[in-house]
Design a protein around this ligand. Structure first.
Ligand SMILES: [Zn+2]
Length: 341
């Protein structure tokens, strides 16, 4: 359970129970510090947050009174959001946008920002893998600091053997080679997009070689996952499928399914999520679907304040059967949730 990791990250003494109020008072303190830093270190936030006194924020519900940050602002004024000198930037990720201008988004990271993701992998993935496992990474991993590379470092820190191949071509031209590798290396855990995992499982069934026989757990990320896709993979390989939601702006990792696999627990020591009405911007009560908005609490290079993801989810009401006190987001992007929008 990632609660013990969150507990140590928020500085709660060992033996003291992690509670909602402990998380929220930590978040409030980090939110104030983030606003203060953003205002004083970046042109963009100095303008956006003019007139806002971070010290006056009395609780995290005050977030609703702060302005949103839109993806379009990231393309127009991205560099204006950076809060550290250029010499402290260790990685810049350029993301294409679907807009008509064609201006890409650029997301800036310091080394400490990248360490946040490595640490998340190191602790957050314990639910599905551990020392002695052989883990296949089918995400971009060629460059240092790319998502697959950070996952590799985090898992190796846990004592897992990692084979990082990168993204497979969508035409399936490398699938047979990957299936053989799965068999020869005894790969028992994997990170992939849903489309790649479904394609590999289907190719394995067709080839009748049972290359996925040792597969025990599989993590799907970066794409919407349907129940059909998840069930197909689980049946083909007799493995347990976990789902993750995140995006580069979030620092890659966002929220992950637990062993109960009923919703995704956000990493609440690094991020505050909100669900808002996309038309009015008003916060929505638990259970009601709306747009997912996040605020970063620990990022150095480029903090995000109320960033509009354009993704849809809802808070699942009630406690999770895994015993975690972390909140639960429903599967992001599920069409059922989009009705009415
Ligand atoms: Zn749970």
């Amino acid at each position: 359970m990632i609660d013990s990791w969150i507990q140590s990250k928020i500085g709660l003494p060992q033996g003291e129970a992690l509670t909602r109020s402990a998380i929220e008072s930590y978040q409030l303190e980090r939110l104030r510090a983030t606003l203060l830093r953003a205002k004083s270190s970046s042109r963009f936030y100095a303008d956006k947050l003019a007139g806002i006194e971070p010290g006056d924020i009395a609780d995290t519900s005050c977030l609703a009174g702060l302005p949103f940050t839109f993806p379009s602002e990231l393309t127009e004024q991205g560099t204006g959001m950076v809060c550290v000198p250029a010499s402290e930037i260790s990685r810049i990720v350029t993301l294409p946008t679907s807009g008509t201008t064609g201006e890409p988004k650029r997301i800036y990271f310091t080394e400490a920002d990248q360490e946040l993701m490595i640490d998340y992998i190191h602790h957050g993935l314990r639910v599905m893998t551990g020392p002695g496992d052989v883990f296949l990474v089918l995400m971009p991993c060629e460059r240092p600091g790319s998502v697959g590379d950070l996952v590799r470092v985090g898992l190796e820190r846990m004592g897992v053997k990692v084979i990082a191949l990168g993204i497979l071509p969508p035409d399936g031209s490398r699938d047979a080679e990957v299936l053989e590798l799965m068999q020869s290396e005894g790969i028992n855990s994997m990170l992939a997009t849903a489309s790649a995992a479904v394609r590999l499982a289907a190719a394995d069934i067709q080839a009748k070689k049972g290359c996925g026989a040792s597969m025990r757990t599989l993590l799907l990320s970066a794409e919407y996952v349907s129940d059909e896709g998840r069930n197909f993979i689980e049946a083909a390989w007799q493995c347990e499928v976990f789902e993750h939601y995140g995006m580069t702006e979030m620092g890659l990792g966002g929220a992950m399914a637990c062993e109960a696999r009923s919703g995704y627990h956000p990493r609440e020591a690094d991020l505050i999520f909100e669900i808002i009405d996309p038309a009015t911007g008003a916060p929505l009560p638990d259970g009601e679907p709306g747009e997912l908005v996040f605020t970063t609490l620990t990022r150095e290079a480029m903090p995000f304040i109320r960033y509009r993801t354009g993704d849809f989810s809802r808070w699942i009401p009630g406690d999770c059967s895994c015993g975690s006190v972390l909140r639960r987001l429903d599967r992001v992007g599920d069409r059922k949730l989009l009705k009415g929008y």
